[in-house]
Each structure stands twice: as structure tokens, then as C-alpha cells.
Design a protein around this ligand. Structure first.
Ligand code: FAD
Length: 393
């Protein structure tokens, strides 16, 4: 182990989209920040396509714009979402979400996760006060009221007044801080790939709850969609092992020709689904952000949106504390951060989990309940408009 520990004001663990956004949000703070990432620098500098197309709300676009990230993403990678349809089984009925009053303002935008990461990385590289330490994972954390000591996999130690964990929904740092979490391994996986297809998508997303599978079709550029198939994990593994031709035949069959003739337009990816809710979002001299605090089920496409808003809240509170020359790890400030995030995220987190339960149940009563639920929502305009408004917020 070399020399005495290097000192930072803030050490962020995890250079995912939320960890990087948080470091970017601190740009004007003059705080000395380190971001630790287990992946090598080359992979962060050239993030590979990972299948995820992130549906961004207008609020998220505003935050990314403030950070200079939105304009750094090529226009060709921003696909407007003009509406959404929710289908149940073989019923022709569709619950529709559209922009109000027939306006052409999109509900949101779809952007590949790798493009968001790429743009954030470029912004961070311009920040003199942020040091990126890549290719190392965190193996030890000691925290107390006076600060945190972080041990890296190469034996190096860093000290921080505030440690911020952004190291994914299975955050090891959360465990090292002694913070428990409700972790639900859903038992299903999401298979994702881009497909080129015959029929036009008109920038309308389709979420289709079918028997033993859920299919989402997310409209990207003309004639191209991202196809997300949620299946039992064993079934997803079976499909993933197919060669491209057999995989495509299987997808076409499962989509029942909704998109017409299809060809594969990307690599395929699988995500075993896990939801998490940390019991606390802070500990002495430490805070959790992003999926390390709240790991949403992707069906409502809100994990990053919540993480982005949460990191902004924490960064804002830290900047205010700094300006007032108070402690940046003040427990009252961290408690306020937790309370606000809980209040804003809990309804969506729980509603999403209820939706997942309702729409993955195969019992005839569950099928009937979701059919009735869709009809009811269609005839309760405030429900549909409420959801559309939430997306456009
Ligand atoms: C299939 C799918 C589709 C999704 N679609 C949407 C969507 O449409 N809209 C939306 O808002 N959200 C969506 N999400 C959620 C979104 O992807 C996550 O909320 C977001 O990636 C969380 O970012 P994060 O930075 O907190 O964590 P992550 O993206 O998980 O990044 C964590 C980082 O920490 C690093 N790390 C982990 N452990 C360590 C360690 N010990 N030391 C150092 N580094 C470490 C990892 O290498 C990684 O770079 C989707 C998720 C999935 C799985």
C-alpha cells in the first residue's frame, strides 16, 4: 500500500449515468471530487451499446440540458415518443397515452444508454476538480461522523468528507455502509435488441402484456424499434442461446407479426430483473444515489429519471451547504435529502411493483383484473392524462 491516503471532499463510487451526472452537477462547487469506477477508462470513454434505450421525461431532458449533456448527444440518437399503447393478451382494446389536445409535443425522448454515458464522460473530462479513478473497485469502506476512508482493490486508500455510493442496484458499498435493502429478484429477465421492420411505428411505443411474456416495442429512427421481451429467466436464457436466424423466427412468432417482417439491427442483451429499495439513503458521512438507493423495475421506464432527479437534489443541497460554509456531510441535510427522495419516488416505485404483479400473473382472475383495469383507465381521462402529464413534467 503506497503512502498516506489521498484526500477528497467527495468520493463517488460508480461512474454509471447517475454517478457521472452527480459529479457533473458539482461542477461549480470547487469541491475536490473523485469518481471511482471498476471498469477500465477505455470502456468508459467508448461505452458499448448495451441494448437499453432510456425513455427520458422532459424534466430529465431539462437536467441533462443544464449539465451540457443534452446538446452533446447527437440529434440522430434522440427519438421522440409521440404516444404509447398498452395492450392485454389478444384483446384488440388499447389503452392510449397521447400528448394532450392533439399537440405534437412528444411525451418524452428515447436515447441509448451508451450515448448518455458517452456525453456525460466527455463533460466530466472537462472538469478540473473531478478525478476519475478507473479500473478499480471499492473493497473497503469505513465511515464515521468525521468522514469516510475508502480502500480500493489495488490497496490504495482515499479519504472523503462525504462518500456517495452510485454503484448499481446490487451496490456493494451500501452493504459496506451497513445499510440494508429490500431486494426482489423477480425471476424474469428482459431480452433486448433493435429490429428493423416493415410496418411504420409512427413514434408510438407499444407495451403488450401477453401470456407468459410482456413485449415492449420502442420506436427509434424510421423503420427501427427496440424490442424488449420479458420472460421467465430460464426461457430468456434458452432464447439467448439461439443463433440469429432462429432468434429472429422466435421473435417474429412472439410479436405475432405486429411489426411486419423483421431483421435484427443490433446485438442482443439480457437483464435479469431485480428491484431494490434501500432502507436508508444515507449513513454518517455517506449517501446513496441512483439505483444504489432505488432500483426500479424497468417496465415503467423510470429508474434513471428518478436517479437523475435525486442526484440533482443532493448536489443542490451540498452546494447550498457549501455556500453557507456548513458541513457538506451535515446529517440534517442528508436526512432532508432522504425524506424528499422517499416522498417523490415511493408512489411510482410501489405502483410499478403492483403493475408488475398484476401483469405477470397468469391466474384467470389476474387476466380479468388487468382487462378491467385497462378499460377503467381509458374511461377515466384523469388517469391517462395524469400519466401523460407525469411523463412530460
Ligand atoms: C433493461 C433496462 C431498461 C431500462 N430503461 C429505462 C428507461 O427507459 N428509463 C429510465 O429512466 N431508466 C431505465 N432503466 C434504469 C436505468 O438504466 C438505471 O436506473 C440507471 O442505469 C442507474 O444508473 P446508476 O448510475 O445508478 O447505476 P448503473 O448504471 O448500474 O452504474 C453503476 C456503475 O457503478 C460501477 N460499479 C459497481 N460496483 C462498483 C464498485 N464496487 N467499485 C467501483 N465501481 C463500481 C459499475 O461498473 C457501473 O458503471 C432501465 C434499466 C434496464 C435494466
Amino acid at each position: 500500500m503506497a503512502g498516506s491516503p489521498e484526500r477528497f471532499d467527495i468520493v463517488v463510487i460508480g461512474a454509471g449515468p447517475v454517478g457521472l451526472s452527480f459529479a457533473a452537477s458539482l461542477a461549480q462547487s470547487r469541491l475536490k471530487v473523485a469518481v471511482i469506477e471498476q471498469q477500465p477508462l477505455e470502456r468508459l470513454a467508448n461505452p458499448a451499446f448495451d441494448g437499453r434505450e432510456i425513455a427520458l421525461t422532459h424534466a430529465s431532458v431539462r437536467i441533462l440540458r443544464e449539465l451540457g449533456v443534452w446538446d452533446a448527444i447527437p440529434a440522430s440518437d434522440k427519438s421522440p415518443l409521440q404516444g404509447a399503447r398498452v395492450l392485454n393478451g389478444s384483446s384488440p382494446f388499447a389503452l392510449c397515452f397521447d400528448s394532450p389536445g392533439g399537440s405534437r409535443e412528444p411525451l418524452g425522448f428515447l436515447v441509448p444508454n451508451c450515448r448518455i454515458r458517452d456525453a456525460l464522460f466527455k463533460i466530466i473530462r472537462l472538469q478540473d476538480d473531478v478525478q476519475l479513478l478507473c479500473g478499480h473497485s471499492v473493497v473497503g469502506v469505513k465511515n464515521s461522523e468525521t468522514g469516510a476512508v475508502i480502500t480500493l482493490s489495488d490497496g490504495r486508500q482515499l479519504t472523503a468528507r462525504l462518500l456517495v455510493a452510485a454503484d448499481s442496484r446490487l451496490s456493494a458499498t451500501r452493504g459496506l455502509l451497513g445499510i440494508g435493502a429490500d431486494i426482489n429478484r423477480v425471476g424474469s429477465s428482459m431480452l433486448i435488441c433493435r429490429v428493423r421492420h416493415e410496418r411504420a411505428h409512427h413514434q408510438i411505443a407499444v407495451e403488450w402484456f401477453d401470456h407468459h411474456q410482456t413485449i415492449a416495442m420502442l420506436p427509434l429512427m424510421e423503420g427501427v424499434s427496440s424490442l424488449l421481451v420479458t420472460l421467465r429467466s430460464s426461457e430468456a436464457d434458452r432464447l439467448l442461446a439461439f443463433d440469429d436466424d432462429s432468434f429472429l423466427v422466435e421473435l417474429t412468432k412472439r410479436c405475432r407479426g405486429r411489426l411486419g417482417k423483421m431483421t435484427l439491427a443490433s446485438t442482443r442483451h439480457a437483464y435479469p430483473l431485480v428491484t431494490t429499495w434501500a432502507h436508508r439513503f444515507w449513513a454518517p458521512s455517506a449517501a446513496l444515489i441512483g439505483d444504489a438507493a432505488i432500483g426500479m423495475h424497468p417496465v415503467t421506464a423510470h429508474g434513471f429519471n428518478i436517479g437523475l432527479s435525486g442526484q440533482k437534489q443532493l448536489a443542490h443541497k451540498i452546494m447550498t451547504t457549501c455556500r453557507d460554509r456548513h458541513d457538506i456531510a451535515d446529517p440534517d441535510m442528508l436526512q432532508r435529502y432522504e425524506s424528499r427522495l422517499r416522498l417523490s419516488a415511493a408512489p411510482l416505485y410501489h405502483a410499478t411493483n403492483i403493475l408488475v404483479g398484476l401483469y405477470s400473473g397468469e391466474h384467470p382472475a389476474a387476466r380479468l383484473a388487468r382487462h378491467a383495469g385497462l378499460r377503467l383507465a381509458q374511461y377515466l381521462p384523469f388517469v391517462r392524462h395524469g400519466i401523460s402529464a407525469m411523463l412530460r413534467r
